[in-house]
Structures are given as C-alpha cells and as structure tokens.
Design a protein around this ligand. Sequence first.
Ligand code: SAM
Length: 220
Amino acid sequence: MCDVAAEGSSPVKSPAKGRARREVIISLVPTGRQVVEVGCDHGHTAAALGAIATERRRHRLPARRDLRLVVADGLRCFRAVDVAVITGIGAWQIGHILATGPRPQVAVVHAPDRPAWLRRWCADNGWRIDAERLAPEGRRFAEVMRVVPGSEPNQGLTLAFGPKIPEDPLAHAHARQLVEYWSSVLARVEGLNAVKSAEAREWLAFLERFLARDGTQSQR
Ligand SMILES: C[S@@+](CC[C@H](N)C(=O)[O-])C[C@H]1O[C@@H](n2cnc3c(N)ncnc32)[C@H](O)[C@@H]1O
C-alpha cells in the first residue's frame, strides 16, 4: 500500500540548481498522462509535471503543499503507472525499480553514475530507447532517456553511447568530453589492466569516428 503523506518536512531547495537537466527531463515526458516521479527530492520536477511525488522515506519528502506526496519504494505500491520519471538515481537502482514494477507505459530515466550500463540493461530487459537528450551539468552532460516497452535494435557502443544522442545539438561536445574521460582512463590503466585498456581504446576509436563523421557538426 502507498503511504500518502499529508505534508513533508525537509526544506525546499533552490529551483535554479540543475534547471537545464530538469527542463530536459520535463521535455521528454509525454503530456496528458498520469505521471509518478520516483525519488522527487525537492519536488520541482513533480510540481512542473503535476506528477505524484514519491520518496522512499517520509523524512525525505519536500515540505510543500502543492504536490501529491507519497511514501513509496519505487513503483510497487501503485496498481498501474502511465509514466514514471526516475532520475538522479543510480543505474542499478533504476533497473531494480523498473524490474519490480508495475511496468510503466513510458519511463523517463537518468542515471548519473552509469548511463551506458542503464542503456544495456534496458535493451536486455525489454525496453526500447525512444528518445534521448543531453543537459549540461558542471563539466559533463547529463544523459536523460525516454524508454518504452519494446525491442531495442541497437547494440554495442552505438547502444552504450546512446542511439538517439547523435540527434542532440550537444552530442559533439559530449563526445569530446567522453574522449577526455576515456583518454584519462587509458593513461591510468595502460600496462596494468588489459581489459580496461581495451575498453578505453574501443571507446576512443568509436568516439573519434563519431566526431570525424561530420566535420562541421564537430565544431559545435
Ligand atoms: C539525488 S535525488 C534525485 C532527485 C530528483 N529525482 C532529480 O532527478 O533531481 C534521488 C532521490 O531518490 C530517492 N530514492 C532513491 N531510491 C528510491 C526508491 N527506491 N524509491 C523512492 N525514492 C528513492 C532518494 O531518497 C533521493 O531523494
């Protein structure tokens, strides 16, 4: 059973922080559907979407009266869910929430720790990546995706990088950031870890090919 909370207790955090990522999340949510945000934290996204806002622990709920607040672990206290927003949560935890169900018709997900792992998990577990967008966050880019039940046709690094990421105007900046990341990984592990070195080289080759494919786009 869902524990419906009348009122939360934690302070409302600034809506400005993480605004770009929040706007991207909101843009990926289909309109006119019932939305549940799992792990609403400050509640800004849920408020913008008119979503049911959940938290696993009552003390984590925001102290605001403009939201329907529910104490729930993942989605399991709901009988059915149209659209689930599960963002800013670890990839494994998102997979666990989706696997436990009930299975939403659409999920907008963002795993800051391991986005590539989450894409592979979705593809292996009957989810298709329907749309993806990037949002600048610090020196990196948040990778937000919308998944729907179905069969994902992509695999390998095309899937890991994000099959819809090339359509995003920030894709080349993101790829350049990933080149920096994988170059630093390679510098650290070369001669010490053959498997990780091979993975880094594979990523670097993939990213260089992607960046070279359209010279004008790579100037973005
Ligand atoms: C880092 S915050 C992200 C908040 C917001 N969703 C966002 O994208 O900015 C993650 C929140 O998810 C909550 N959370 C983590 N696992 C959860 C679960 N299984 N069910 C409900 N809430 C969960 C945590 O308590 C925390 O408030």
